[in-house]
Design a protein around this ligand. Structure first.
Ligand code: NDP
Ligand SMILES: O=C(O)C1=N[C@H](C(=O)O)C[C@H](O)C1
Length: 265
């Protein structure tokens, strides 16, 4: 437990505490007044992060029962996120997850926990990406018949492709452009473009935090909408905003827009 966790306004549990994002969340919590990390776990043994001891993830259920944190924040992998959601449901702890890479049926398993507790899932906690998604929906609707190609770039440690954000943006485009229903992942050989395609390109290189570009082209013009995350603190800050909002919510299934919409009311 971090110093001051007993009298903080928002007491968190953090899973994947030794990962890139888990560390970032613990560090962001340490910098935010009134927020403390009461439970931090990792699959493999990990040194303390920002002064917070990290326990084995095998002890998560026991620790949730002992500490009753206000919200659990998860950035891990699909299988673990589903298991941790079950632990949250049993311990009556709301869950924020930024984990990506869920296969279709896995999302149903994750969502099952939202019958018992509030669960907020977002493929991207950057506010700029929320704005990008709104802009993409508007642009795609305003430019019928234009070709759409999506390119995302991430660091060489990322496992899932395309990114969760890319999949969310593809859903956005398809929601307003019913004529685009074929996701084509890269092209090779004799592969002329069909009008129904959305091209999807996933690049993995170096330490790029995360970039998403949507290109719309047609009628002798090109529109490019791009978001670049400067560092992972952007995601961690958004996840903490989501945790603060979710702590007082009813059981159910939520997204990051629910947090942003509440803030603008
Ligand atoms: N929504 C958003 O804004 C963002 C989402 N993400 C997503 O967050 C997730 C994590 O990313 P990142 O931190 O970069 O990844 P890392 O690989 O750096 O960390 C993953 C963490 O999850 C743990 N983990 C992975 N698989 C399992 C498992 N099966 N069981 C238990 N623990 C597991 C790892 O434990 P161990 O170290 O022991 O292997 C590690 O602590 C990804 O899905 C990524 O796409 C990332 C950035 C922003
Ligand atoms: O793994 C990452 O790093 C990121 N993952 C998220 C995704 O898959 O969209 C969000 C962000 O782009 C960083």
């Amino acid at each position: 437990m971090s110093g001051g966790a007993t009298d903080a306004n928002l007491r968190l549990a953090v899973t994947g505490a030794g990962g890139r994002m888990g560390r970032e969340v613990i560090e962001a919590a340490a910098d935010r007044e009134g927020v403390a990390v009461a439970v931090a776990v990792n699959r493999t043994a990990t040194e303390p992060v920002a002064g917070v001891d990290v326990d084995s993830a095998d002890r998560l259920r026991e620790l949730l029962a002992a500490e009753s944190p206000d919200v659990l924040v998860d950035f891990t992998g699909p299988e673990s996120a589903i298991a941790y959601a079950g632990a949250c449901a049993d311990a009556d702890v709301p869950m924020v997850t930024g984990t990506t890479g869920f296969a279709g049926a896995q999302l149903d398993d994750l969502r099952a926990a939202s019958d018992a507790v509030p669960v907020l899932k977002a493929s991207n906690f950057a506010r700029g990406v929320a704005a990008l998604r709104r802009a993409v929906r508007e642009a795609a609707a305003a430019l019928p018949g234009y070709d759409v190609e999506l390119t995302e770039t991430h660091h060489n440690g990322k496992r899932d492709a395309p990114s969760g954000t890319a999949k969310s943006i593809l859903d956005d485009v398809e929601s307003v452009r019913g004529d685009l229903d074929e996701r084509v992942h890269g092209r090779e050989g004799d592969a002329p473009r069909e009008a129904s395609e959305i091209g999807v390109h996933a690049r993995r290189a170096g330490d790029v935090t995360g970039e998403h570009e949507v290109m719309l082209a047609g009628n002798r013009e090109t529109l490019r909408l791009t978001h670049r995350a400067g560092d992972r603190g952007v995601f961690a800050e958004g996840a903490l905003d989501a945790a603060a909002w979710l702590a007082d919510s009813d059981p159910g299934w939520y997204g990051f827009d629910d947090v942003l919409d509440a803030g603008s009311e």
